[in-house]
Design a protein around this ligand. Structure first.
Ligand code: NAD
Length: 496
């Protein structure tokens, strides 16, 4: 299908994207399929099966059988697979970046950066023997309490299109390291990186059945939420779906950690370094074509910062789609983003830069847009409130830092926020008063690196804890508290 025209293309010669069951790629049995369209060219490069609940149940059985031995394998042995996976990811970075570039549209540099971040998560998990060791204490004379971790069994992850390798690797290393079998449901827009990951995990020595991939959409996601043998579900995607998955899977008795969408605010005050601030803002808005949950979306310009805004525009207007910025993922995404621009123009906002008119270097059928700047909007404007998820910067003007913080605080989301300032006092005030799980000072994409865990607040996350880091180790393991007394000579006392 042509992503811009929606016209059908001949798809008979196009390969069916497989599932992965029991360590090998297998064609799904689903009757329903969706075309897999390369965002940069508009070409149909595969057909993605929309797997059924029956296929999921078969996969769970295989995973359950494999998990029994894996759960009994000592942690120190389990993490050896992760050490090998790290090396394999490093050695295969160029090939993996090509796959990500093909299915998602990210530039090769962006794809490589996402793999580096994924490797960091694997590295963190290789330290599980040190990180997961529990405390032991003599609580009464001769009586000892200790904490032990056990695997949950079969667990699942449901992931978005925008980081097809990195987001699954936020989950898989800790989940598998903790002794579980993991079923991944990748985005139907980006099903290929998961297959590469399955090959690398097998090569790293992970026994068959412990990592499965099920392709599909809402139907199989709901089956995952309902399946009684899946004990925990991690989700990353839009707020609407995060909330639905959280509600459905918790109602089925599972533990769930569901990360949602975002609307991230950047506050710029007059003492900010003009060059560094402008370069940083542009990178945050345009990186991955704005399709990042950490991307800058609303710029809150406090006082006289026009000289910085001019620099932002000057850099952005020279962006060449296809060279400096990749395509967006789908025709629906293209229409959503351009719809915001269209309505902003009609609503009286000022389209300082209109990405629809940027001259592209590449095929007309690709889904390319240049960066846009929408200025002079009110805090209630849809461009100031809703997640656009494209390379669009919305600018609001404020008289004071408190006014900017009131706008930031009123967002239903709470993923990221940052400030550009030369003053430690202003930065500290912002850190204390902003409402987001991840905040930055002079950093446009304040992703906490491991061991500082990734996770937002409010409508950007449902369920406690973060998706990486120490709380994720707890999420993927069952903790038992053991109280023992072996010394008969000590007198029985409290609760003996
Ligand atoms: P999405 O919510 O459309 O899809 C995510 C997953 O849910 C996919 O696997 C998809 O197949 C499935 N899904 C889609 N609709 C469903 C439905 N109705 N019922 C059940 N399952 C459904 O998200 P996306 O478009 O793939 O990704 C972009 C979104 O993800 C943005 O909102 C972005 O902010 C968010 N995101 C958040 C984070 C974070 O860490 N907070 C990270 C990356 C992306």
């Amino acid at each position: 299908m042509d992503k811009k025209t929606g016209e059908s293309a001949a798809v008979s010669a196009v390969p069916l994207v497989p599932n992965v069951v029991g360590g090998s790629a297998q064609p799904g049995k689903a009757k329903r399929t969706l075309p897999l369209i390369q965002p940069a060219t508009g070409e149909t490069i595969g057909m993605v099966p929309m797997s059924t609940s029956d296929e999921l149940s078969e996969m769970v059985q295989v995973a359950e059988a494999a998990q029994k031995n894996w759960g009994l394998t000592p942690l120190k042995d389990r993490v050896q697979v992760l050490f090998r996976l790290k090396t394999l990811l490093e050695d295969n970075t160029p090939a993996l970046a090509e796959v990500i570039n093909k299915e998602n549209g990210k530039t090769l540099d962006e794809a490589r950066a996402s793999i580096s971040r994924a490797i960091e998560c694997v590295e963190y998990a290789t330290s599980l023997p040190q990180l997961a060791a529990g405390p032991v204490l003599e609580v009464s004379r001769g009586v000892e309490c200790k904490m032990l971790r056990f695997p949950l069994g079969v667990v699942a992850g449901i992931t978005p299109f925008n980081f097809p390798l990195m987001v699954p690797l936020w989950m898989i290393p800790l989940a598998i390291g903790c002794g579980n079998a993991f079923i991944l449901k990748p985005s139907e827009f980006t099903p290929l990186s998961a297959l590469e990951l399955a090959k690398l995990l097998k090569k790293a020595g992970l026994p068959d059945g412990l990592f499965s991939v099920i392709q599909g959409d809402k139907e199989v996601v709901e089956a995952i939420c309902d399946h009684p043998k899946i004990k925990a579900v991690a989700f990353v995607g839009s707020t609407r779906v995060a909330k639905a998955v959280y509600t459905r899977a918790t109602a089925a008795g599972k533990r769930v950690r569901a990360l949602g969408g975002a609307k991230n605010h950047l506050i710029v005050v007059p003492d900010a370094d003009p060059e560094m601030t402008a370069t940083n803002i542009v990178a945050s808005v345009t990186g991955c074509a704005g399709q990042r949950c950490m991307a800058a979306s609303v710029l809150l310009a406090v006082g006289e910062v026009g000289h910085i805004l001019d620099r932002v525009k000057n850099i952005m207007q020279n962006f060449v789609p296809g060279k400096d910025i990749g395509p967006v993922i789908s025709k629906a995404a293209y229409d959503r983003i351009t719809g915001y621009l269209e309505r902003a123009g009609k609503s009286g906002a000022k389209l300082v830069l209109d990405g629809r008119t940027a001259k592209s270097q590449v095929a007309a059928k690709g889904l390319f847009l240049g960066p846009s700047i929408v200025d002079n909007v009110t805090p209630q404007h849809e461009c100031a409130r809703e997640e656009i998820f494209g390379p669009v910067l919305t600018v609001l003007h404020c008289k004071t830092l408190d006014e900017a913080l009131t706008i930031e605080n009123s967002s239903p989301y709470g993923n990221a926020a940052c400030i550009y300032t030369g003053s430690g006092k202003v930065a500290q005030y912002f850190i204390e008063h902003s409402h987001a799980g991840m905040v930055g000072v002079n950093i446009g994409v304040p992703v906490p690196r491991e061991p500082f865990a990734f996770g937002g607040w409010h409508d950007s996350r449902f369920g406690d804890g973060d998706i990486t880091g120490a709380s994720a180790i707890d999420f993927w393991s069952g903790v038992k508290k053991v109280t023992s007394k072996w010394s008969a000579e000590y007198k029985a006392n409290w609760m003996s």
